[in-house]
Design a protein around this ligand. Structure first.
Ligand code: ADE
Length: 412
């Protein structure tokens, strides 16, 4: 068992966090029982790269209970929690991660997971899969398949597949309905505001919020800002998404115009440079900038640092930059994903759904004998997670009668 953690003495606190999360993840629990029965992960080495907080630890332990041998690292330098790493290591998982590693340490941890010779990979953002293809080409053939958690990772993997570079099948868990409709929308919607409000301790009601990007994450962020009494503006490039925002009662403006009024600017695009120098110079004094996307590329922090006459940490996770125009801008969590860098990530009940899908998809790809490429989650797995989630909440659904079913397939 490999081990690279900051401090083993943090284990009791980490275990408390893990146990709390596990007690709110019944769907993952039910899926684990199914996988134990099926035996499909028995003895299989699984390499995991995920945001290493308590719910992720629950997934690692679920895979371990199903018979897998798990090695894990973090998928972002600031989302790893050292106490969770210690708690997880104490329960027999090979952990290679600590909070705020240097870029070299971050890549080193990925390599250590790959050195454990995984047969399956579970990635979030595709750093592990891309590093494997770039650096360990001789090992790629030993991997049967993988799963990917997030929109950005799926985009990168599709680009690899288009280039003919992806050498094994990867299930795009992000694209399953039970993932993006809940995790991306309600998970991000809640956890982004948890991170922003925890970091700043400011009032949202009555404030002007600019949400840049109205995909599933942006929708959730806008929805919850409205619910907390903010006035919300959306900036979009897609005219259809922009029309949806309008009919949700949101204002739609160009980012470069909207920044001038915004108290909070939240980037949710997955693309780079959406808040660039021209936007930064137009922001109002005291504006808060936060990013909800996977990588720290959405706010141009290089331009911000270059322009700033001074900078200081004014609260944990809040850095104030003083611009030549006399205005101060507050950047949260270095522009890294604010919900995990300044908070604990999505709520347990949301990650319960996402990680149940992950576990089922991993077991499916282990046995699927699929061609290299990016694959959808089989619809049956999506429905199974929906069924288990309803059962866990006690909600019941109706069934079509035979006559109703026949009517839906008739045309006369
Ligand atoms: N916790 C673990 N993984 C997460 C993710 N991808 N997003 C939010 N919270 C998480």
């Amino acid at each position: 068992m490999g081990l690279r953690i900051r401090d083993g003495k943090l284990a009791p606190e980490g275990e408390r966090k893990i146990d709390w999360a596990a007690s709110h993840m019944p769907v993952l629990g039910a899926v684990t029982e199914q996988l134990i029965q099926a035996g499909s992960l028995q003895g299989v080495r699984v390499g995991v790269c995920l945001h290493l907080e308590a719910k992720t630890a629950c997934l690692a332990l679920a895979l371990q209970r199903a018979g897998a041998v798990v090695s894990i690292t973090g998928s972002n330098p600031l989302s790893t929690q050292d106490d969770v790493c210690a708690g997880l290591a104490g329960r027999g998982v090979s952990v290679y991660a600590w909070h705020a590693p240097t870029p070299e340490e971050y890549r080193g941890f990925l390599r250590e997971v790959l050195d454990d010779d995984p047969q399956l990979l579970l990635d979030d953002g595709a750093d592990m899969i891309t590093l494997l293809h770039a650096e360990r080409a001789d090992r790629v053939d030993r991997v049967r398949g993988a799963t990917e958690e997030t929109t950005t990772g799926v985009l990168r993997l599709r680009a690899m597949a288009t280039d003919g570079a992806l050498r094994f099948p990867v299930v795009a868990v992000n694209d399953a309905k039970m993932k993006y409709l809940f995790d991306n929308r309600y998970g991000t919607g809640q956890s982004v505001w948890e991170g922003v409000l925890r970091a700043t301790n400011l009032l949202l009601a009555g404030k002007q919020v600019l949400v840049v990007g109205y995909g599933w994450c942006g929708r959730g962020v806008a929805l919850r800002a409205q619910g907390l009494g903010a006035r919300v503006t959306v900036a979009e490039v897609d005219p259809i998404a922009a029309n949806e925002a309008l009919l949700e009662g949101l204002a739609v403006r160009r980012a470069v115009d909207a920044v001038a009024d915004a108290d909070f600017i939240i980037t949710c695009t997955g693309d780079r440079g959406v808040i660039a120098e021209e936007h930064l110079l137009r922001c109002k004094d005291g504006a808060v900038l936060a990013n909800a996307g996977h990588f720290n590329v959405e706010v141009d922090t290089v331009a911000l640092e270059r322009m700033a006459l001074g900078r200081q940490l004014v609260r944990p996770n809040v850095e104030e930059f003083r611009l030549p125009n006399g205005r101060r801008l507050n950047l949260l969590a270095e522009g890294r994903l604010v919900n995990l860098a300044a908070g604990d990530g999505h709520p347990a009940e949301i990650m319960d759904i996402s990680f149940a899908l992950q576990a089922l998809s991993l077991a499916w790809i282990a046995a699927a004998d699929a061609e290299p490429g990016v694959l959808d989650v089989p619809p049956g797995l999506d429905r199974e997670v929906a069924r288990l989630r309803l059962a866990a909440t006690g909600a019941e659904v109706d069934e079509l009668t035979a006559s109703q079913r026949a009517y839906l397939h008739s045309w006369r």
